[in-house]
Design a protein. Structure first.
Length: 334
């Protein structure tokens, strides 16, 4: 059995940063993730996607952020169990927990931190004719290797940050990029929306608004995407790829049966310390919810910092927490 102070469920960016904050307080962490690699959604779904709102980085690729976080937490030597799903949680007489996975791994810990992003997730697929027939044959739900789209015709669909960011990024790689959105305004960052409109005005991309995907077609591989426009007429775009980016469908899995207060597949927390209604269990990052919640990585970092201050009392019940600045003492002093 693995013994640690804090068991973190989820090895995405927020879970990784929690290791750093816990390490500053001399607390050891072990992370469990269903994915076979560290990084969560950043590594699995959009490793080459540029991120613009990480302090100190005007732009950083998702995978690079993961690598930087790993470098940052290396001094604290966290443990990892990857490719396994958390299945059970058993509370012990002393208040601690034993966390069990589907492969039989057991982790004994004083505190459980759920940092599972959207939980067990899968892409939301639009209900359009022929979609399933072309999965892997031109229909993709994520961009893992942007070079695969070099000099290709690409149709993206969606109105959120991912659709906007990939439209901007692929505009310099693909032969032609078309963005189809059912509305006339975007849900994503205003600055990104402005860049997309600017690219369209300069003729560098095709922007089709107030239109809905209708069907896909081809002969063995994708050749065309049909959509219905605001005038109710059906049109067809010749393409090599369709990338529908309609978000992810979150599923909490076994966590849903742990007695936590849940609202629309998200775990309710107290913003004082991001604790749940179950003592010694915290939730940070996209998996939690509270009034004013913003699903941003940097907000998850903030939640992690406050969470470990609260978790300290369970790991070291006889010690008084003394906050220190890393700028004064340096990481090696902690």
């Amino acid at each position: 059995m693995i013994s640690t102070d804090i068991c973190i469920i989820g090895a995405g960016p927020v879970g990784l940063f929690a290791v750093f904050e816990a390490g500053l307080l001399k607390m050891r962490c072990h992370l469990i993730d269903t994915l076979p690699q560290i990084g969560g959604q950043l590594s699995e779904i959009y490793p080459q996607k540029p991120i613009y709102d990480i302090p100190g980085y005007p732009e950083i690729k998702a995978q690079e952020l993961v690598e930087r976080l790993m470098e940052q937490i290396a001094p604290f030597d966290p443990g990892f169990t990857l490719g396994e799903r958390v299945e059970s949680l058993e509370k012990q007489d002393d208040g601690s927990f034993i966390v069990g996975t589907n492969d039989g791994t057991q982790v004994h810990c004083q505190v459980v931190v759920i940092a599972g992003g959207l939980g067990c997730f899968e892409p939301r697929k639009p209900e359009i004719q022929g979609l399933l027939d072309f999965e892997g044959k031109g229909v993709e739900y994520m961009v893992k290797k942007p070079e695969n789209f070099r000099d290709k015709r690409v149709v993206l669909a969606g109105g959120g940050d991912s659709a906007l960011d990939w439209t901007i990024f692929l505009a310099d790689i693909a032969e032609r990029v078309t963005l189809i959105h059912r509305g006339d305004t975007f849900r994503g960052a205003p600055d990104s929306a402005e860049k997309v409109h600017e690219l369209a005005s300069k003729g560098k991309i095709d922007l089709i608004l107030q239109s809905n995907l209708l069907s896909v077609g081809g002969n063995g591989s994708l050749k065309e995407v049909s959509f219905v426009g605001r005038d109710q007429l059906t049109r067809t775009v010749q393409t090599d790829y369709l990338i529908p980016l309609f978000g992810l469908s979150p599923k909490l899995g076994p966590i849903a049966g742990w007695g936590l207060n849940i609202d629309k597949s998200a775990i309710q927390v107290d913003t004082f310390d991001y604790s749940t209604n179950v003592e010694r269990i915290y939730a940070i990052g996209d998996i939690n919810t509270y009034p004013g919640k913003l699903k941003l990585i940097l907000c998850g970092f903030h939640e992690a910092a406050l969470m470990v201050q609260s978790a300290f009392k369970y790991v070291y019940p006889d010690q008084k927490l003394s906050f220190k600045y890393t700028t004064v003492y340096g990481v090696n002093a902690f």
